[in-house]
Design a protein around this ligand. Sequence first.
Ligand code: ATP
Ligand code: MG
Length: 234
Amino acid sequence: MNAGKAIFVGNIKGGVGKSTLAVYLTDYLRQRYQRRSVMLLDTDPQGTSFEMLQPHSRADDIKFLPIGDRYDGVSMTTLDGILRRMLAQDDAVTIVDTGAGKLGNVWQMAMLCSTVLVPTSMSWTDLRPTIDFIKELDDRKEDYGVVNPHVIVVPNRTSPSQKNFGQLAEALEEVNAIMAPPISDLSVARSHSREFNGIASVAGTRFSEEIERLGEFIIDYVISGELDRIYQSA
Ligand SMILES: Nc1ncnc2c1ncn2[C@@H]1O[C@H](COP(=O)(O)OP(=O)(O)OP(=O)(O)O)[C@@H](O)[C@H]1O
Ligand SMILES: [Mg+2]
């Protein structure tokens, strides 16, 4: 099993909050683990998360490696090398942000990762493609006879008053995935996308609390190796 952990943030559906969650989660884990290396790899040619987090990162803790629809051997080889090096490194955590769309050129990266984090809203226009996306991952894992990456769905932009996630839980019964604590639709998450100032700048808000709760969930299940243990003994 790998010593380091890599979390691939992906969904075939665009605009579901991949980059937002990738940057806040990276920043949260960096504050939480001051001595660990927490790397952000942005593979989306739009470079959203790189642009947000780069001013707040050390040069060796963030990389922009755009992977477009056309095969780019150089980016792919660099990305593969960094990911494998990080995975071999004890305690290292890597977050990979990706563009929307079919896994295409990046699916090999997804298969290398410990976990795929899949944000989705609760609307069926997002949920249907999300379930199909997870099915595709399930099929690949079955083809290869592997249990990684584990899939974690993050309900994002949920109504702040929503308490019941039974409908999502039911939809997830068709696939191999677990559900993370939700992130509400909150203006502070939106307004900070352009002028991102890190998790500290939203301290005391509900959004900050929810990111913390999600971060702790990731620590408990992914970084601690709990999901690996559960799936190994299954
Ligand atoms: N919890 C939230 N509350 C409010 N707004 C949010 C939340 N999460 C994301 N957003 C907003 O939704 C929009 C899309 O988010 P984001 O760019 O993170 O999605 P994405 O999945 O990375 O999109 P793309 O597929 O284009 O890469 C952004 O304007 C972002 O600020
Ligand atoms: Mg994005």
